[in-house]
Design a protein around this ligand. Structure first.
Ligand SMILES: [Zn+2]
Ligand SMILES: [Zn+2]
Ligand SMILES: [Zn+2]
Length: 321
């Protein structure tokens, strides 16, 4: 019937069962990587691209996908939204690949001590370390398992899908992971899940006995006392970052950074980290929480005082000239 809304909903096991054959996965990948001009694609074109498959068998597998993952029109076959999302996950390597990079030094300096940084890659995460100082967060949860010496300071995790590892040197991997993670953090700073777009639950925590000894606190093992946590109300996304990152959606911080050539879209790591991972914090009150974060660059400073909802109560600029 014309105008009929032909929505299909599958349970997760039905969806994965429908994908459970190599020919079906190849059909999705073929449609996803075909030139726009070649889509929709006729039955014979699609079959030809996939190679020697018996026509009846091919028809059977294609039919299994039609409806939810693939749409059939008079012009041929094309991906539906769900088919596109599955193809994205497959092509990013997120569901199939598991590249590993053991501890490697890179051409980037630690933002605390200026010495050479090192990184590892496992399970979609770059972990960054400094051989010379205590880092930002004490030790990582994977430090022992990854054979990273205990004395290495942990600088943080950066997300990067496996496809991001291809054709990049370790230094380029770090740069790509920093850019990718920052775009996720910018979205998370607005309270929106970077993975599924649902709302994030957010809260601040403070280490009440924070004492910076040799770089990080004995009590909480972090360099920063005020930490921001976010957890998706819908999917498994969660993150815990130094509070400064969670203020990246404020106009005050954005304009301060931009005025000092700190680019938030294609960030240059050393410049970005020298401001965003080296700020000063003062806990004004613990109950209710009120904290002042002071970001400095080129002798100029911006102090933001925030409450436990991360509302900016006060913004103050101190310029060198
Ligand atoms: Zn260091
Ligand atoms: Zn502490
Ligand atoms: Zn989510």
């Amino acid at each position: 019937m014309d105008g009929e809304l032909n929505e299909t909903t599958l349970s997760p096991d039905e969806a994965f069962a429908a994908l459970g054959h190599d020919i079906r996965v190849q059909i999705l990948k073929t449609l996803a990587t075909a030139d726009r001009d070649d889509r929709p694609m006729s039955f014979s074109d699609l079959r030809e691209r996939i190679g020697t498959v018996d026509s009846a068998k091919f028809n059977y597998h294609l039919d299994t996908l039609v409806g939810h993952f693939v749409e059939r029109t008079d012009d041929g076959y094309d991906l539906r939204r769900a088919g596109g999302r599955v193809s994205e996950a497959i092509l990013s390597g997120a569901v199939t690949d598991d590249p590993v990079l053991e501890l490697t030094r890179i051409g980037e300096a630690c933002h605390h001590c200026g010495r050479q940084m090192a990184l590892t890659y496992r399970q979609e995460r770059v972990a960054t370390y400094c051989a010379e100082c205590g880092g930002t967060f004490g030790t990582s949860t994977r430090q022992e398992a990854e054979n990273v010496p205990e004395e290495y300071g942990f600088l943080g995790y950066l997300r990067l899908p496996p496809a991001g590892m291809a054709d990049r040197t370790p230094t380029e991997v770090h740069e790509a992971a920093h850019t990718w993670s920052l775009s996720e953090r910018l979205l998370a700073a607005t309270g929106t899940c970077p993975r599924c777009s649902a709302t994030l639950d957010e809260w601040l925590t403070v280490c009440e006995d924070h004492q910076l000894g040799d770089g990080e606190c004995d009590e909480c093992t972090n360099r920063f006392a005020v930490m921001h946590s976010a957890s998706c109300t819908n999917c498994i996304f969660d993150q815990r970052v130094a509070c400064g990152s969670a203020l990246l959606d404020t106009t005050e911080l954005q304009s301060f950074l931009t005025a000092h050539d700190v680019n938030l879209v294609s960030p240059e790591y050393e410049r970005f980290s020298s401001v965003m991972l080296n700020y000063e914090e003062t806990v004004v009150e613990t109950d209710p929480l009120e904290a002042r974060l002071t970001f400095s660059v080129d002798g100029d400073a911006l102090s933001l005082t925030v409450d436990e909802e991360l509302t900016v109560l006060d913004a103050e600029r101190h310029d060198a000239r």
